[in-house]
Design a protein around this ligand. Structure first.
Ligand SMILES: Nc1ncnc2c1ncn2[C@@H]1O[C@H](COP(=O)(O)OP(=O)(O)OP(=O)(O)O)[C@@H](O)[C@H]1O
Ligand SMILES: [Mg+2]
Length: 625
């Protein structure tokens, strides 16, 4: 039952999709993408015009064969004209081939341009964008929408020009032969065009729906088939429910597919029917006129033959609306992303932060995470329920200074805002008020590349790309030699682990580095940081409790990192807080205590409590070394 009810019920409820209109300006921007190919487009136009002209020559030759050849028994003329028809056939084929080649080449270039622009633009989006957007939906924009734009674009190029020329030439030739029949045919033309317009809108709606559902489906797949998602699915999942949800999406997609096919078919059928009526009319009325000797036989045959050639271009032209619409829908979806202005932008007069020791200061910083509307597109979030409440302020009046070479430890309960503070330093997010300064330069006035070079972060989950160890490490520094890589691995206390792998540096780390333990991943990330060698390091220590050997290894790795650098460490380990020049205790987005370990441990505040709960138990482990 479901199989039947699914497609049929959705057949009736696409009225909402149809209400959407293409945004003004989309057409102009789309045309701008054709501009760089203007010389190839000109060649294409010449080929198309020649092809269209050759196409209508045949009926005129038929007329000559009948009137001058057959009826007057001029056999050499018949043979010559027959050969001419064959020759034109070859020319027509060659022109058709050239047309396809040119159109697809221009289209292929266009896809490359669109995809590269999208990729570049998406890369510049702030972190907030990625935390709100479904990867699958994004991938679908890059893949299917860019291709959709191409297909339609090339179709338009070949069809609009070729078909309008064909229609003009055919109508002109027919007019010369018999203005009466031509007039009637022209009166019939709106009967072709009006239903075409209606169906064009229906098909446009279905196309949009197809792309939407395809995007949703790839979202589900991307989320479920990455290692993290798959692991979660295995541990907590209800496979039957997942399959059902997936099946529902797959059905929705095929229902939209069925709809698209049916609408397309109805469109074609309607037009073919109109074409049959027109042929009947031409033969009927033309035949009567020929019997009465108003028209000659050759002209009647030529007229019918011309009329037969008129349907395809007229259908093509009424289809143009569909094609143009499909192209515009695809382009609009691409532009929608290109129009999202990245929130974090470099100022035109940005200054580089000079290399060398860095000091850091936070001056009365307040921060809230941006709302969905500020960073993302509703159409990219599958649950497009806008947040009604304004986002909560996460940081209040954060104010501290770190002198060059100092180590500052951030401690505090989970969710208090520690990670958020560190994200403001490399401008993953911008502050709402106050300022973050490096060597006195507001990070919003610094060039993004220098900021990126000066600041290095090891995140809590130490992400690795699905690539070799070498590629993951050199991502931070492409020109690093094997020697430098090995030195960094050595300093990060992970070289022996890498060397014990059969393929050494060329070992694939597996998706997200699942091949390695949490501690190993963290040390690989530290090696990556050492290669990059930033002047300011931010470490988000893993909360996971490490065994004493890994703990010692990590300890040594950290010591290498800290030498000669300014450091902010979100500390979960006693050894780090004890060493810190300054400890900032964060609670509910405020710094509630500050000082060294000795000063704070003596205070009866939050730090003393945290110390009792979190750090004191580690005393045995660190004492062992
Ligand atoms: N991308 C985000 N969008 C909206 N709110 C967020 C986002 N990331 C974190 N928050 C909120 O900001 C607050 C501070 O989070 P943060 O990650 O800075 O805590 P933390 O101190 O690092 O905690 P933990 O010790 O558990 O890592 C939390 O209430 C959290 O819910
Ligand atoms: Mg955190």
């Amino acid at each position: 039952m479901r199989g039947l009810a699914g497609p049929l019920s959705s057949f009736t409820k696409d009225s909402k999709v149809l209400e959407q209109k293409i945004k003004p300006g989309t057409t102009r921007r789309t045309l701008a993408y054709a501009a760089p190919h203007s010389s190839l487009l000109l060649v294409l136009l010449i080929v198309v015009v020649t092809g269209a002209t050759v196409g209508i020559a045949n009926p005129l030759i038929y007329r000559e064969i009948i009137n001058q050849g057959i009826l007057k028994q001029n056999i050499p003329l018949i043979v010559r004209l027959a050969l001419l028809i064959a020759g034109l056939g070859v020319l027509d084929a060659a022109l058709g081939f050239a047309q396809t080649y040119l159109a697809t080449r221009i289209g292929a270039d266009l896809v490359v341009t669109l995809r590269t622009r999208l990729f570049e633009h998406i890369q510049r989006m702030p972190l907030a964008f990625f935390s709100r957007t479904q990867t699958g939906a994004l991938v679908s924009r890059l893949m299917s929408d860019a291709t959709g734009a191409r297909t339609a674009f090339t179709d338009i190029l070949s069809n609009v020009a070729g078909n309008s020329i064909s229609v003009t030439l055919i109508v002109a030739a027919m007019f010369v032969m018999s203005w009466r029949i031509t007039l009637v045919v022209l009166v019939l033309l709106p009967l072709f065009v009006l239903p075409a317009r209606y169906w064009g809108r229906l098909i446009q709606g279905v196309t949009r729906e197809l792309y939407d559902v395809a995007g949703k489906m790839s979202s589900v797949m991307v989320e479920r088939f990455n290692v993290g998602g798959a692991l979660l699915g295995k541990l907590f999942g209800r496979p039957a429910d997942d399959i059902r949800a997936f099946e529902a999406k797959a059905r929705q997609l095929s229902a939209a597919g069925i709809k698209a096919a049916l609408y397309g078919r109805m469109f074609g059928t309607m037009l073919l029917l109109m074409a049959s009526f027109a042929t009947a009319l031409a033969y009927g009325w033309g035949g009567v006129l020929a019997a009465r000797h108003v028209l000659d036989l050759g002209t009647v045959v030529a007229l019918v033959s011309l009329l037969a050639r008129l349907y395809a271009p007229v259908m093509g032209l009424s289809n143009v609306q569909v094609t143009v619409m499909t192209a515009l829908v695809s382009f609009e979806r691409v532009f929608e992303i290109l129009d999202l202005a990245p929130m974090i932008k470099e100022k035109p007069d940005a200054v580089p932060i000079p290399a060398g020791p860095v000091g850091l200061s936070f001056a009365h910083v307040a921060f809230r995470y941006p709302s969905a509307a500020e960073v993302s597109l509703a159409s990219l979030e599958s649950i497009a329920i806008p947040d009604k409440r304004p986002p909560r302020v996460v940081l209040h009046d954060i104010d501290f200074t770190v002198a060059p070479g100092q180590l500052v430890a951030l401690v505090g309960p989970s969710g208090s805002g520690k990670t958020t503070i560190t994200h403001l330093i490399p401008r993953l997010y911008d502050v709402q008020s106050g300022a973050v300064r490096i060597n006195g330069i507001d990070v919003r006035d610094a060039t993004l590349s220098s900021l990126n070079e000066r600041v290095g972060i090891v995140t809590q989950d130490a992400h690795l790309f699905h690539d070799t160890i070498r590629a993951n490490l050199t991502y931070a520094r492409p020109d690093a030699t094997d020697q430098q890589i090995r030195a960094a691995l050595q300093d990060a206390q992970i070289l022996d682990v890498v060397d014990s792998l059969p393929e050494g540096l060329d070992t694939m780390v597996g998706e997200r580095g699942y091949r390695f333990s949490g501690g190993e991943k963290q040390r690989l990330a530290i090696a990556r940081l050492l290669l990059k060698s930033p002047d300011l390091v931010v470490l988000d220590e893993a909360t996971a409790h490490l065994d004493s050997r890994s703990e010692a290894a990590l300890q040594q790795a950290l010591e290498r990192v800290l030498v000669g650098r300014t450091a902010i460490v979100i500390a979960h380990r006693l050894s780090t807080v004890v060493k810190a020049d300054q400890i900032l205790v964060v609670q509910d987005g405020r710094i509630v205590q500050r000082g060294t370990h000795e000063q704070l441990a003596a205070d009866p505040g939050l730090y003393a409590q945290l110390y009792q709960r979190q750090f004191a138990t580690q005393e045995d482990t660190s004492a062992a070394h």
